[in-house]
Write a protein that binds this ligand. Sequence first.
Ligand code: CMP
Length: 137
Amino acid sequence: MALTFAIIKPDAVEARLTGRILARIEQEGFTVRGMRLQHLTKREAEGFYAVHSARPFFGSLTDFMSSGPCVLLALEAEGAIAKWRTLMGATDPAKAEAGTLRKEFGQSIDKNATHGSDAPETAAFELGYFFRGLELL
Ligand code: CMP
């Protein structure tokens, strides 16, 4: 069993989609091992997305991610990282496949409803950034 890190982003929380997204997560066979509602500061968002700091969208991304509360999640499943990325769909909702979370709930490449780690090293960093070991049950 593997763990991945996921976020229900501020756009989806504001649109009251948290419950529907969590229902999909459980229906698809993930076990929630950690979960917290948190309004990130700009600095926290910048630290989390440091890998994107040279990208032109870094400022708007971190503004958006610190614009309201989001749900931070540690999800467990076999092949959790790939499985969660498949359930989310493509980064740009316009390009995401039918039935994926971003297709169903995303509005734009920025307001794309969910985030997920893209590799084991990123998952380890992202889980550790937001969860202490004691918080993973
Ligand atoms: P996420 O999976 O959270 O990782 C970085 C985020 O940057 C991504 O989802 C998008 O919401 C956002 N983003 C904005 N513009 C772009 C872009 N041109 N390419 C990739 N990601 C982008």
